[in-house]
Design a protein around this ligand. Structure first.
Ligand code: S3P
Length: 433
């Protein structure tokens, strides 16, 4: 998909007030789509992610023979291939989506055929060696160029492995589990940091059996999957922009309904609480083992404190770090981030781009190989922001702009649609000016 470059002016706001319900979680939507595409029967998903990334996953599944019927802007019906894609030579375009490329590789490696996975310029720079290693250990053949896409998979039947992920990555874990699902014997993935467990929960929802220990998860294959009907919980990583925006204004009051609150994703709420937020979680329920609830947030009257994010927290909060760094100048004691080297290999080098854009707004910031120091007590001014084609950078700086002096111009605002096409409209709805 090719979208024209767009600019967006963000005017300062006086407050954030209102109530929102957000489109479906991107991580869960990818997984439901892939498992639905692979299962036997017809799956129906509502509140499915409206982002371009999940559309890339759906397009790949359609190309592989699943029947994909968009029944509405946020609903989709998928008839799966019942465990087998036709033999042949396939080219699949994963667009900007690392999740698509890395996870679908695990689904395809045990299938007979040659699969060439391609992506846009950003995705073609991102590390894929991390999935080549375990899949080759299972017996698949993968070809990369300098560790990058295009990624060619010569698939076939594999052998089970016991694999320890060298960097915390839910995508790599999922890739290995999806291959293990189709492989005779017990495949185990061990991880030092417990990454998001949506794949484990989704596999169970589709009827698979997995066993979990303190630092590992195992799947015994082969197993068949059965179609499901599911409503995707609202995306907490999208909500992060609004929750952080609400942090900037004493007197703010924002309610987000039907939000995914899976504990492996929800540490943002702890960090915001540590910064002084008043947060209430209501109406908690489980949907296909995913926790869903309503979050109400308001900013502290006395201003935001300070926080340090590293280790386990940095890994679990990886997608929320850009927006947390972007509100860092408005805290009293600053935000310090370490152990987040992975930020450098996301849709952009997020450490470099956050530092560059904070400086453009007049902030002082120190950049480290694995993080940032953003001192507090700073006043920012409106500036021209370079989103670098990265959705989370475009949205993070739209939030920083709300409390800056003067207007901010977001260059590359269209990239928000990768995960969250409704972002700017919803921001206008809750921002009082
Ligand atoms: C994701 C895992 C994370 C995250 C990405 C989505 C997932 O990536 O940054 O946005 O859905 O599994 P890594 O697996 O590279 O850590």
């Amino acid at each position: 998909m090719h979208t024209a470059v767009q600019e967006r002016v963000i005017r300062p706001a006086r407050n954030i007030v209102g109530s929102l319900r957000l489109p479906g979680d991107k991580s869960i939507s990818h997984r439901y789509a892939m498992l639905g595409g692979f299962a036997e029967g017809v799956s129906r998903f509502t509140n499915f992610s409206t982002g371009a990334d999940c559309a890339s996953t759906l397009a790949c599944l359609r190309a592989l023979g699943a029947k994909v019927n968009r029944t509405g802007a946020d609903s989709v019906e998928i008839t799966g291939v019942a465990g087998r894609v036709g033999r042949g030579d396939w080219t699949l375009d994963c667009g900007n989506s690392g999740s698509t490329m890395r996870m679908i590789s695990g689904l395809l490696a045990p299938q007979q055929g040659r699969f060439t996975l391609i992506g846009d310029a950003s995705l073609s720079q991102r590390p894929m060696e991390r999935i080549r290693k375990p899949l080759e250990a299972m017996g698949a053949r993968l070809t990369l160029t300098d560790g990058h896409a295009p990624l060619i998979i010569d698939g076939g039947s594999l052998k089970a492995i016991d694999y320890t992920t060298p960097v915390p990555s839910a995508q790599v874990k999922s890739c290995v589990l999806l291959a293990g699902l189709q492989t005779v014997g017990m495949t185990t993935v061990r991880e030092a940091v417990r990454t998001r467990d949506h794949s484990e929960l989704a596999l169970r929802a589709f009827g698979a059996t997995l066993t979990r220990a303190a630092d590992s998860v195992s799947i015994s294959g082969p197993q068949a999957l059965r179609a499901i009907d599911a409503e995707v919980p609202g995306d907490l990583s999208s909500a992060a922009f609004f929750l952080c925006a609400a942090m900037l204004f004493p007197g703010s009051n924002l309610v987000v309904d039907a939000l995914g609150l899976n504990p492996t994703r929800a540490s943002l709420l702890d960090v915001l609480t540590a910064l002084g937020a008043h947060i209430a979680v209501l109406n908690l329920e489980e949907k296909h083992a995913e926790l869903v609830g309503t979050v109400q947030i308001s900013a502290p009257d006395e201003g935001l404190g300070s926080t340090e994010i590293s280790g386990l927290l940095a890994a679990q909060l990886i997608d929320e770090l850009p927006v947390l760094a972007a509100i860092g100048p408005y805290t009293s004691g600053g935000i310090r981030i370490r152990g987040a080297r992975e930020l450098r290999v996301k849709e952009s080098d997020r450490i470099a781009l956050v530092a560059k854009n904070l400086r453009a707004m007049g902030a002082e910031v120190e950049e480290f190989e694995d993080g940032l120091d953003v001192p507090g007590g700073q006043t920012l001014h409106g500036a021209t922001i370079d989103a670098g084609g990265d959705h989370r950078i475009a949205m993070a700086f739209s939030v920083a702009a709300l409390r800056a002096e003067g207007d901010t111009l977001i260059q590359g605002a269209e990239s928000a649609a990768i995960s969250f096409p409704e972002f700017f409209d919803l921001l206008d709805r809750v921002a009082e000016r």
